[in-house]
Write a protein that binds this ligand. Structure first.
Ligand code: B12
Length: 446
């Protein structure tokens, strides 16, 4: 039996390879390899390090995707931004498909609710090559949507939630052989993701826990992972050593939602060991909780080689902080930055996220938050609000009539939302973006 796993194209106004990796699909691939007789075939159209690689990377592996401007769907026509297909040139994709043998099952992953055009384009090309093969779609999109997903995505079957157990059933139902396996609900029983499938292993994701303890009104984490599940520190250390020994990995990218939560039993234990033996770098593009960055944590982050530190600041507006489960106060933000500085980081090396584009968010409040970041001398990043189906914010916006009562996935795009629904004008959006650049330059030149 032959299984093809695919990470599909992105269609969006913007997409940057901030170490984007299809981690869920890499876990699924590992399960297939270890517990079935299926042969694995793999196409990741977003892997910038393959033969087609057209774009340069920064030293730490981040970089621009190859992109081609495409027509906008009707709903986006008035948005003053280009809409593009991100991923390998289509000819390369077709060439790769043509080289494949007959395939029994195709498995596709999904990450953003609004990348639907990219998924459908990928499926269209897969169908041209493999008209009879069953296509299964898993990941975030089917997990967050009900049956109306069929209206959007032209696949044969949709799989909700964690896929480790479910993929074995798919393989069995399609006449593959599956072997005895441990209980995957116990997270330490999962094999390491199958990183051998990636073209470049110098930069690899690392996930030390799934889900989150907080309940922020804009975040989908608890719908994607019912419980907050932590891996044992021993397993995490084993994975870091394994990847380092096997692939000489130099950069580990933290994919957790709540990396520093319960730090005594996970983060501190892991990195206490790592500092003794490894000289590698770690990055937290996904934002860490500022309140957790006490003196000891800051020192550990510095000594163990954390290079990209992004703190989740969100806002200095109390109303917005309450959307964020009140998980940070202004005092805690200041303390986190002070602790990081005392530990050895320069202020200009510390970055933070500010929520941008929440419905009826006042420009003055965003400016005040940016002023605060400027005072702190650190680097701001605007975290554009995307209304994610099932979240409290999404449901409220539907009730208020801001979002259509009948789900329209195109409305969940962060760029669509900011231009069309946030209440901010084009000039205000531009002003905030310019100000963010100015605050960044001020910090960088200190
Ligand atoms: C890590 C992360 C990032 C990282 C990297 C993402 C990546 N994968 O490469 C970074 C920091 C780059 C990032 C960026 C952004 N992110 Co993000 N991110 C996440 C996070 C925390 C984890 C995703 C992940 O990799 N999970 C780990 C794997 C193991 O889980 P999984 O993919 O779900 O896979 C499992 C199952 O889904 C299933 N499965 C998956 N595929 C398949 C396929 C088949 C066939 C089967 C059977 C099963 C299956 O099995 C897997 C194993 O159990 C999620 C939240 C979350 N908890 O999921 C948000 C999340 C996906 N991000 C989100 C957002 C909003 C963003 C940004 C837009 C933020 C912003 N405002 O700028 C950007 C956009 C990125 C871009 N390039 O444009 C939203 C999605 C919003 C939406 N409308 O869809 C989420 C849900 C967070 C939230 N706010 O609720 N993100």
């Amino acid at each position: 039996m032959k299984v093809l796993l695919v990470n599909p194209y992105i269609y969006d106004f913007t997409a940057f390879d901030l170490w984007l990796r299809p981690l869920g699909l890499l876990y699924i691939a590992s399960i297939i390899k270890k517990y079935t007789n299926a042969e694995i075939y793999w196409i990741d159209v977003l892997d910038r390090f393959q033969d087609h690689s057209l774009n340069k990377s920064k030293e730490d592996g981040r970089g621009k995707f190859h992109r081609e401007i495409v027509d906008k769907p009707e709903i986006y026509k008035t948005i003053p931004r280009n809409y593009s297909r991100y991923g390998m040139p289509v000819d390369n994709f077709i060439e790769k498909l043509n080289k494949l043998p007959d395939i029994n099952i195709i498995l596709i992953t999904t990450l953003m609710t609004y990348w639907i055009d990219g998924i459908n384009f990928t499926i269209e090309k897969l169908r041209e090559r493999f008209p009879k093969t069953k296509i299964f779609v898993g990941g975030l999109l089917p997990t967050l949507l009900n049956s109306n997903i069929k209206k959007y995505i032209k696949a044969d079957s949709f799989i909700k939630g964690h896929g480790e157990e479910k993929v074995l059933k798919i393989i069995k139902d399609n006449n593959g052989k599956i072997y005895n396996h441990p209980d995957f609900s116990y997270i330490d029983n999962l094999p390491f993701p199958l990183y051998e499938l990636l073209a470049n292993k110098k930069y690899l994701p690392l996930m030390t826990s799934r889900g989150c303890l907080y309940n922020c009104s804009y975040c989908a984490s608890k719908f994607l992972n019912e419980h907050f599940i932590e891996r044992s520190y021993k397993k995490i250390i084993e994975e870091i050593y394994y990847m380092y020994d096997k692939y000489k990995t130099e950069h580990f990218i933290i994919f957790d939602d709540a990396f520093l939560v319960n730090k005594e039993t996970r983060f501190l234990k892991v990195f206490n060991e790592i500092i003794k033996n490894l000289d590698v770098k770690f990055h937290t593009p996904n934002g860490i909780h500022a309140k957790e960055v006490d003196k000891e944590t800051a020192e550990m982050l510095y000594k163990s080689g954390f290079k990209t530190i992004r703190l989740s600041f969100e806002s200095i507006n109390p109303e917005i902080l309450s959307k964020s489960s009140n998980k940070v106060t202004i005092k805690e933000m200041i303390e986190a930055v002070n602790n990081l500085e005392k530990a050895g980081f320069k202020r200009k090396e510390i970055e933070c996220y500010i929520l941008f584009g929440i419905f009826e968010q006042k420009t003055e409040n965003i400016i005040k938050s940016l002023d605060f970041v400027k005072e702190q001398g650190i680097i701001p990043h605007l975290s554009y609000f995307s209304p994610v189906p099932q979240t409290t914010d999404f449901l409220n916006l539907q009730k208020l009539g801001v979002l259509s009562k009948k789900l329209n996935l195109y409305e969940t795009n962060k760029i669509y939302f900011i231009y069309m629904k946030s209440g901010l004008s084009i000039d205000e959006i531009k002003h905030i973006k310019d100000l963010t650049i100015e605050v960044t330059h001020t910090a960088q030149n200190k």
